[in-house]
Ligand binder design. Sequence first.
Ligand code: C2E
Ligand code: CA
Ligand code: CA
Length: 787
Amino acid sequence: MPVTSDKRAVSWAFDATVVLAGLVLGLVGLLELFDPDVFSSTWAIALLLGPPVTVLMSRFPLVLTRATAGIEVGFDSAVLVFLACFQGGHGALGIWAVGQTVSQLTTGKRYDVRAFNVGLGILSGWVTLLVMRSVGGLGTGQPRELLAVGLGCAALFLCDYVISAVSFALEDATPVRAELRQSTATAAALGVFVAIDSLGYLAALVARLLPPWAGVLLAVPVLTILVATRALSRGAEHQRRLSALFDAAAEAQVVETGAELELVLRDSVRAAVANRMADLSDDAPQPRQIGARIRAGSRTLWLVAPAANRARASVEADRKALVALATVGEEAFARLRLTDEMGRLARHDSLTGLPNRTLFLDRVGQAVARSRRNDTTLAVLFLDLDGFKGVNDRFGHAEGDELLKTVAARLVGCVRAVDSVARLGGDEFAVLLEGVDSLAELHELCHRLLASLRREIRVQGHEVVVGASIGVAVADVHDDAPGLLRNADMAMYRAKAQGKDRFFVYQTSLREENVQRLELIEALRRGISEELVVHYQPIVDLATGRIDGVEALVRWQRGDQLVAPDAFIAAAEQSGLITELGERVLSRVVEDAASMQESAGHPMSVSCNMSAHQLRDPDFLDLVERSVAQLGANRLVLELTETVIVSDDDETDHALRTLRGLGAGLAIDDFGIGFSSIGYLQNLPVDSLKIDRSFIRDVDVSPRAAALVEAILVMGAALDLTVVAEGIEREGQRDCLARAGCTKGQGFFFARPQPLPDLLALLRSRRADVIDEGGDEVPGAAAALGR
Ligand code: C2E
Ligand code: CA
Ligand code: CA
C-alpha cells in the first residue's frame, strides 16, 4: 500500500523512522534467508520469481481517494502470504523485502516517497508474519492456517493504512483521527484485500499439493481479479475527477474576486488529478507535465499537473479533466469581468463617463478620512448650469447631451488630475479638491471654472452660453461626505439666488437659514388648508375712480401674526406647495366674487397671481375652466411675471394659449423689470400689462421716469393691451398717469389690500356715494379712499 502523494518536509522524522525500521527488518529477513538451515533451491527460485510477481501485482492497485491524494491498495502482498504459507514461512521476509525494494525502484516516484514505501512495506510485512506465526498452523493445511492467513492479511492492511494515515496527518497537520476517517470505503477495501490476498494462500496450497505446472491454473483468477480491480480504480478515478469538476463549477459560480477564483481552481485541479503538485500557474506546462490554458481577459493562466510515470489512459483522462476545469475557470473569469464592468457602469455616468453621485460620495468619503489623517483641507464644489433648460427646450435633448459633454470636458480641463469631477445628474456637476492650501486658491479655481463655462458652446450652428452657479463647501472636522455635498448644494442655491454665474462659499448661517426655511415649509404644509387668507386690493379706473376689479393677495394667518406673501411664496414654490396654494386662493376668489359684485352693483374683474409651476399642472387648467364658468366670461385675470411668460418653450406657450382659450385674461405682472422687448410682446397671448411700481415711484417728479412710463403706455396702446399702473401712493402720480393716458391704477392711494368684509363695505359705500351724487362720479372722489 504505497503512498502516491508527494510529501512535504513536516513528517520527515516519522517517515525516517519507518524507513529505518523497514530497512533493519529487511536486513534481518535477508540474513535469515541466507542462513544455510533455511536457504534451499526452492527459496532460490522464489527469490528469482518473487520480485517480478510483486512488481506485476503492485501495478494493479485499488485506489482509495482522498481530497488531494490517494492511497493505493496493492495486492502484491498476496506474494507475502504465499511465502508465509509455503514451506513454513522461514525466510519469507527477506524475499518480500527484496520484492518491495525492486517494486519501488521501478516506479517513477520521488526518492523519499519510494524509500518510505519500501520501509512501510517491509515493516507491514514483518507485522503480518508476526501475527501469522503467533496464530500458528502455518504449512499444516489446517483451518488454523486459514485463520492465520485472514488475520495476517488484516494486520497487513491495518498496519499499512494506519502508518500511511499518520504520515499524511503529520504532513497535512490534520488530526490523525480525521485522516483515518477519510474513506468510508476503507472497510470494504479491507474485505477485498483480505479475500484477494488469500489467493496467496491458495497458491501455497497448490504448490504444496500439486505439481508446479498446476500453478498456471491460478493465473486466470489472479489476472481476472487484477483487471477487475483496475476497472474499479478507473471508475473511482473517473468519479473523483467528475466530482472535482462539479464542485469547481458550483464554487466558481459564487466567488466574488479573481483571487478567490484562483484558489478554487488550484484546489480543484489538485482534487481532480489527486496530486498535490498540480497547480494553477502563469507558466505553460513543462515536459512531463500536462496543462490546459485559461484565458482571463488579457491574462493567460495554466492548469498544470505532473504526467510522468502514470498510465497513459490516466494521463489522458487527467488532461481532459484539466481542459474541462479550464473552461469552468474561463467562464467564471468572464463572469467576474462582466460583474466588474457592471459595477463600473453603475458608478459612472454613461453620457460623460464621469463618476456618478455614488462613486463621487465614495471618493469624498475616502478623501475625508485621508484629510483627517494627514491634517489637510478638502473642498467640494457643487455646480449647476444656469441656462441649460433653455438649450434643451430649444435644441432638443440630443444637443443638450452634447452640451453636457462639452461642459464635462471643460470642467475636467480646469482641475488637476488628482481632483475628481463627477456628474451628479441632469445639469449638476461636482468637483472634489484635496489638499486645498488657501481660500484664495479656491476662489481662483471657481473663477477659472466660471470663465471656462461662460465661453460659447456651439450647438447646431448656434453659439450658446450657459453659465454656472457654484456652491463651495470646505470640510470641517464634523463633516462627512453626504454632509459636505449637502452644504455645497445649499451654497449653490444661494449663488443662484444672488443672480447666478457666481460662486458662494458655504457658511454655517446658511444651514440655519435652510433649517428655518424647512421649518417654514413644514408649518405651511400643516396650515395650508386652514390658515391662508385672501386680501383684496381694488383696481381703479383712473378717469372715473370706479373700482373695476380687485387683485387677490394671499396672506398667512400664522397664530396672531399675518405673514406677507414675500416671506413664504418662494418657499412654497421650492417645495411644490405653490400648486395647492394657488388652487386654494383661486377657489376662495371664485367664492367671494359674487358678494363683491353684489356690493359693487356692477361687474368686477378679479385678478389672481400665478406661479410658473401652476402652468404645468393639468388640475389647475381644470380649475380655471370651472372658475371661468362660475365667474362669467372675461372676469378672471391671471397675473404672471415676465420671466414665466417669456420662457421660450413650447410647453409654456401651449399652456398660456389654453388658459386664454378657456376664457381667462392674462396679465404681465411687474412689467418692466424683466427683459421686456416689443419683439416678444406682440407674439404673446396677453391682454394687459401691470407696470411695476418701481417705475411709478418717481413718475410725478422725474421727467425721465415719466418718459419711460409714457413709452410703455404707447407700446401698450399699439399692441392693444390694457395697462395698469401699480403702486400709486400719491395724487400727483395718479394725475400724471391719467394725463399720459393710463386708464387703470392700483395702490395705497386708492386702497390697501384688505379682508373681504372691509372690501365689501368699501364697495357698498362707493356705490352709495355714486347714488347720492346722482350717478355722476368724479375722479376726485377716489382720493377719499386712500388710507
Ligand atoms: P404683486 O403681484 O406685485 O402684488 C402687489 C404687491 O404690491 C402686494 O404686495 C401689494 O400689497 C403691494 N402694493 C400694492 N399697492 C402698493 C403701494 O401703493 N405701494 C407699495 N409699496 N406696495 C403696494 P403683497 O401683498 O405683499 O404681495 C407681494 C407679492 O406676493 C405679490 O406681488 C405677488 O407676486 C405675490 N403674491 C401675492 N399673492 C399671491 C398668490 O396668491 N399667488 C402667488 N403666486 N403669488 C402671490
Ligand atoms: Ca400681482
Ligand atoms: Ca405687481
